[in-house]
Design a protein around this ligand. Structure first.
Ligand code: GAL
Length: 417
């Protein structure tokens, strides 16, 4: 009977082992993953994560709950309704920084993930700057899957080469280049502004150009006043940049507008590096990049992350998904497609396209400032008002009125002016 005892022991051990090691214990059921990643590059990045997850947990059905609209303009409203209504998705895309902490953590909607960060070793492989913006009161609250850069000037290399142009380093140069392009019948500046956030995106990068890293950061803490003449300069600059834009900009989303660049009809744009992901997804490789004029050495940063909402229906499946998100394999697969760089520092750089390689170098070298439109710098209420004021400015470019509105918005957000 000795062999029988031995066999039972082995079976018990196998059972304990299978329960203790996730992945071994077959997960079942569903997982609903909520995001706004529907555009080219975004969708492929998300799919790359799903593919890894599906391979590890083939019995879990993935529900891809996307709400289209760049920067989460539409998704965030849907998310809020669901969260407040007690119907949270199993996990959702949220920007690290103020958006995560002020909207969802301080209000008690999330579960802390500190044990997971420790057991997965993420505290050792993610930079302090990133860990800090998913932290609150000594705990970690979401898993960062990437780092995006917002202050990038994209351009069509062929147009620049054929016209003997180089990417502008200052806004004066930008306007000179733009005039030359216009004279040749090329659209100098391309942007889609349909969703209402895109001008606010461009404006934040111009604020960085005109105020510098510290001056820009001070806008969100009260150290820099919104009445500053440099803010006036930034508004004047934005107004002038928009005078070179594609005439159908208000009918196009950020990604749709890039057809002009791909087709060689438009020359430059200012956008985050999800634009690179979009170009990859279209098989377009002849794009160039440079820092937005007057922002060299500054990295306007944001990070997409996912967390664990209290009361989600498929907790174990979410934990397994978060592990994929934070893993080396997951971060490589996702970011190669997405145009961003991993939030982990131990990835294989050689796997990445040239753009991300250069971005990884900049990340280590540059001064980092938090993006406002993409949730890092200010709480959501402030971001929404800022966004709307700048969207209105595009339709009615009145500098003094707009600056006054920005001062009021900051005051309402509790930052003394
Ligand atoms: C940002 C997000 C990026 C990208 C972009 C455009 O807010 O962080 O991942 O998706 O919006 O949709």
């Amino acid at each position: 009977m000795k062999w029988f005892k031995g066999l039972s022991l082995l079976l018990v051990m196998l059972l304990v082992f299978s329960l203790a090691i996730p992945g071994f214990a077959q997960l079942k059921g569903k997982i609903e993953i909520f995001s706004w990643w529907t555009a080219g590059g975004e969708a492929e990045g998300l799919q790359a994560l799903f593919d890894i997850y599906h391979k590890k947990y083939p019995n879990v059905e993935i529900i891809n709950a996307t709400v289209a609209g760049g920067a989460g303009t539409n998704a965030k409203a849907v998310l809020k309704t669901r969260m407040l209504g007690g119907d949270p998705p199993d996990t959702f895309q949220v920007h690290a920084g103020k958006e995560l902490i002020d909207t969802w953590v301080k209000t008690g909607f999330m579960e802390p993930l500190t044990d997971l960060f420790k057991s997965e070793g993420w505290t050792k492989v993610m930079p302090k700057g990133i860990l800090d913006i998913v932290s609150y009161r000594g705990d970690y609250w979401s898993v960062p899957v990437n780092i995006h850069r917002a202050n990038v000037l994209w351009y069509n290399r062929k147009i620049f080469k054929d016209s003997g142009l180089t990417p502008p380093k200052t806004f004066d140069e930008f306007f000179e280049v733009a005039d030359k392009l216009k004279a040749k019948g090329t659209i100098p500046f391309v942007l889609g502004t349909k969703d209402g956030w895109e001008a606010g995106h461009v404006f934040e990068t111009i604020l960085i150009a005109k105020l510098g890293a510290e001056g820009y950061k001070g806008l969100w803490t009260g150290k820099t006043k919104w009445s500053d003449p440099k803010v006036t300069d930034a508004l004047e600059t934005l107004k002038k940049v928009f005078s070179y834009i594609n005439p159908d900009h208000s009918a196009a989303t950020w990604d749709e507008a890039y057809q002009y660049i791909i087709d060689g009809k438009g020359a430059m744009s200012i956008m985050g590096d999800w634009a690179a992901g979009y170009f990859f997804s279209k098989g377009y490789t002849d794009f160039g990049w440079a820092p937005v004029p007057e922002t060299a050495g500054i990295f306007d940063a944001l990070s997409d992350s996912f967390g664990l909402p209290k009361g989600c229906k498929n907790r174990d499946n979410v934990i397994a998904f978060l592990k994929v998100l934070g893993s080396k394999e997951g971060q490589e697969a996702f970011n190669i497609k997405k145009g961003s760089i991993p939030a982990r520092t131990d990835v294989d750089k050689s796997l990445f396209p040239e753009y991300q390689k250069s971005c990884m170098d900049d990340w280590l070298r540059d001064k980092i400032v938090p993006s406002v439109i993409h949730g890092a710098a200010a709480s959501e209420g402030w971001v929404t008002e800022y966004k709307d004021v700048i969207a209105l400015f595009i339709a009615r470019p009145d500098v003094p009125t707009t600056q006054k509105a920005l001062i009021q918005v900051a005051t309402r957000a509790g930052v003394k002016q």
